[in-house]
Design a protein around this ligand. Structure first.
Ligand code: ZN
Length: 350
């Protein structure tokens, strides 16, 4: 990255309405067969170009080829039966009907590698690809085989490492693991969660990121957030461990949240992908609001390690709002970038 404060999104962007029903998660596809494959590629191409046009520096796929950030990956693995479903409580927050682990889990072929190669062809900018983290994967399944959350997480970590190595070979610069479960299951996270995440990144030359958030702007999550009190201190549990870990970039939720900004200090030395765009509110931030959030963060992270981003994915938004928020993010980052370079010029002439 040749400039400071490179911008990115955490992950998903809304899909075009001709591809999938807008403004819902797990939205059903509106095309089939070859038309669906072609439609997914067209959507991915549009998502990449919209990001570039709107000044986003690190380009993602916007998750245009996946129905959901966790389930789509699992669907491609062996050992999970999607027809046998059980109801489980996801992240202690809401009940969902989930598939069942019926045998040893494995990856018989790459899952996202063709899509990543396609994204690589669309842009010369750095690209980032998101995968679910091991602990978040086990939380969306019923395990009728291993009967151990830890054992299943280690199996998934091995599979994720295979996929991550293939993504790296396809030209992905940053591989991100989404671990919202780190904000919920603190004991497991400390016992084996961070270790399993490190296993997933073993041997990678690409930069690695972990995204930990308070979730999409859906009702189950906003209700949960309302119950968390005036200060959200969940990051206090994971950040000290991540600061000591081999993960390069820590992605967190910040703008409009009740996360005390000084918690960023706990990962000092790491790169920080800071959420400066709210994904639970359709109002589009002004560039000055984005800049204000970035300035606050600069008290706790060095400017050369700050990556302005969104709080989480934007899949549930109307498309025009998500795109306007991309523009706000890059305009806000530009304001702070100019302030920093002006300040260093002043420093130089002194
Ligand atoms: Zn998130």
């Amino acid at each position: 990255m040749n400039r400071i404060l490179p911008t990115s999104t955490v992950g998903s962007l809304p899909k075009p309405s001709w591809l999938a029903q807008p403004e819902v998660l797990w939205s059903p596809w509106r095309l089939q067969g070859d038309e669906l494959s072609e439609g997914k590629q067209d959507a991915l191409r549009i998502a990449a170009h919209e990001q570039s046009n709107r000044g986003i520096d690190i380009v993602s796929d916007g998750e245009q080829t996946r129905q959901h950030f966790v389930t789509t990956f699992i669907e491609h693995l062996d050992g999970v039966d999607f027809d046998r479903r059980e109801t489980v409580r996801i992240r202690n927050r809401y009940d969902a009907s989930v598939p069942t682990v019926i045998g040893d889990v494995s990856r018989s072929k790459p899952v996202f590698v063709d899509d990543a190669r396609f994204l690589r062809q669309q842009t010369d900018q750095p690209i980032k690809w998101a995968l679910p983290g091991p602990m978040t994967m086990i939380d969306t399944l019923y395990d009728g085989h291993y009967k151990s959350r830890e054992k299943l997480a280690w199996e998934f970590a091995t599979i994720l490492n295979q996929e991550a190595r293939d993504l790296e070979a396809a030209g992905v610069d940053i591989i991100q693991f989404d671990e919202p479960a780190f904000n919920v299951y603190f004991d497991e996270m400390k016992d084996w969660g961070v270790a399993a995440l490190e296993r997933a990144t073993e041997g990678l030359r690409a930069e690695t990121a972990v995204h930990i958030c308070y979730g999409y702007g859906i009702k189950a999550n906003t209700d949960w957030k309302a119950s968390l009190g005036s200060e959200w201190r969940q990051y206090e549990e994971s950040f000290p461990l991540l600061q000591q870990s081999s993960i390069d970039i820590i992605s967190l939720e910040c703008h409009n949240s009740r996360v005390p900004i000084d918690l960023v200090e706990l990962v000092r030395g790491k790169k920080v992908m800071l959420g400066a765009i709210d994904v639970a509110d359709e109002r589009v931030e002004t560039p000055h609001e984005v800049a204000a959030t970035l300035r606050r963060a600069l008290g706790f992270v060095d400017a050369d390690k700050l990556l302005p981003s969104t709080n989480c994915g934007m899949a549930p938004f109307p498309r025009d709002i998500a795109l306007a928020k991309l523009s706000a993010l890059s305009a806000g980052a530009r304001i702070v970038r100019e302030e920093i370079s002006a300040a260093s010029l002043t420093e130089a002439v002194r």
